[in-house]
Design a protein around this ligand. Structure first.
Ligand code: PLP
Length: 428
């Protein structure tokens, strides 16, 4: 579900034409829909209403402070993975007491900062980290609230680069070792045991891996509650979204022809499957969705610079590159490609849409049958709201693009385009 649709043959974000945004602000530009973000947050929050729960938005998916501010106002908690993200949440008006701090490599500075601001809990990912947090908390005469991340060793059935819940992944503590770690943590003077956490991977399109993981770990959560009085069980993020709209339009014929695994995972199905397993625990359940909240709520607007017909391929070269949106290059991410202005039927051609960056991996699609857009035409790379702008770099000395938030008829620039001077500002 999202609020990007055609009106008067032009793609709009809510009530605003993307064509007009490009005229006014140039390209490449990320455009987000505020109401899509709100809706996604609310749909998940409501689906989980039958149990005591908190939705902690995973800041890393899109950490623009305007996005964080919008979610803070909607009542969201936050899952952070660095001191920088904590700083952003606070600047956005979020409450540090609603932040859980994940990540395998927290530094002394980050731990001190989080203790000082009074976060909800550290999600501890190794025994060494636990020992260090205990030490740092002792030095600043505080008790550190802690949950420990379990690696449940289940297969999330997602791309190997975004799978996190197998024993060979660097995240969390092995299922067989975790009870011992809790036992020792309970003895530590400056640690307060608050919860158990897991996160098995990202872009999961079926509920089964979640169900497997929760079923496997629930008895342990019950045991830890009885032994140490833990208060919450965080089941992580990872709910996938639809990147390929063919999956969404889903006629009956389409479904019949496709694999069960391609069906979209809805908040309702997620909740219906997991609530019966979670409810008997009597623990507060935390969710850490990132992509689900913002993924379909953003597009990257880009303009076609050139068309190049070779003997083997047709390339359309656009003004956005892998430095702006790296998902296709990094983990074979798919983005639907839509011409922003559509008047009448157009031919389709097999196309590689590529960026200007000097890397062979700088492409947005290869050999995809697409409307035959031309030099000067505007196109939208859909579903670029999550892991888009946040992963941007200035590689090839390309300034970071503009980010814009549309809310109904209102358009706000939420990050200005970098200038050449900005590019050099830190250099001496
Ligand atoms: C990245 C991450 C998330 C969010 O993942 P999504 O797939 O965007 O929902 C949640 N929790 C942790 C610990 C993460 O690292």
């Amino acid at each position: 579900m999202h609020y990007f649709s055609f009106s008067d043959s032009s793609l709009h974000a809510e009530k605003v034409s993307l064509y007009k945004i490009a005229e006014q602000h140039g390209t490449p530009t990320f455009v987000y829909s505020a109401n899509t973000i709100r809706d996604h947050y609310q749909s998940l929050d409501q689906a989980l209403a039958p149990i005591d729960h908190e939705v902690a938005y995973a800041v890393k998916a899109n950490s623009n402070i305007a996005v964080l501010s919008l979610l803070a106002k909607a009542g969201s908690s936050f899952d952070i993975v660095s001191g920088g993200e904590l700083f952003r949440v606070v600047k956005a008006g979020g409450d540090p007491a609603k932040c859980t701090f994940a990540g395998v490599g927290k530094t002394r500075e980050e731990i001190e900062y989080a203790l000082e601001l009074g976060i909800h809990a550290f999600n501890v990912e190794s025994e060494a980290e636990l020992i260090f947090i205990n030490k740092v908390a002792g030095e600043v005469e505080k008790k550190a609230p802690v949950s420990i991340r379990i690696n449940p060793n289940v297969d999330a059935k997602t791309h190997k680069y975004i799978s996190t819940g197998k024993s060979e992944n660097k995240f969390g503590i092995d299922f067989d070792l975790i009870s011992g770690v809790f036992e020792r943590a309970a003895q530590m003077e400056h640690i307060e045991l608050k919860g158990l956490q897991m996160h098995i991977g990202s872009q999961l399109t079926t509920v089964q891996p979640f169900a497997d993981a929760v079923t496997k770990v629930a008895p342990l959560a019950a045991d830890l509650k009885a032994k140490y009085g833990i208060e919450f069980f965080s089941i992580g993020g990872g709910i996938g979204i639809i990147y390929d709209p063919a999956l969404e339009s889903g006629s009956k014929e389409w479904w019949d022809a496709h694999n069960e695994d391609d069906r979209p995972l809805t908040a309702a199905e997620y909740a219906e499957t997991l609530i019966p397993i979670l409810k008997p625990l009597g623990l507060k359940i935390l969710l850490e969705p990132g992509r689900y909240i913002v993924g379909n709520a953003g597009v990257l607007l880009t303009r076609c610079l050139y068309e190049k017909k070779g003997t083997a391929k047709t390339f359309k070269i656009v003004d956005a590159g892998m430095n702006d949106l790296i998902r296709p290059a990094l983990y074979e991410g798919y983005h639907e490609i839509v011409p922003v202005t559509q008047s009448g039927p157009v031919n389709t051609v097999k196309t590689d849409v590529v960026g200007p960056v000097c890397e062979t991996g700088d492409f947005f699609c290869q050999d995809r049958e697409l409307p035959d857009f031309r030099e000067g035409d505007l196109i939208a790379l859909m579903s670029a709201g999550a892991y888009g702008a946040v992963m941007g770099s200035t590689y090839n000395s390309r300034p970071l693009p503009t980010e814009i938030l549309v809310d109904g008829e209102e358009t706000t620039v939420i990050r200005k385009r970098q200038t050449y001077d900005d590019l050099l500002a830190q250099e001496i």
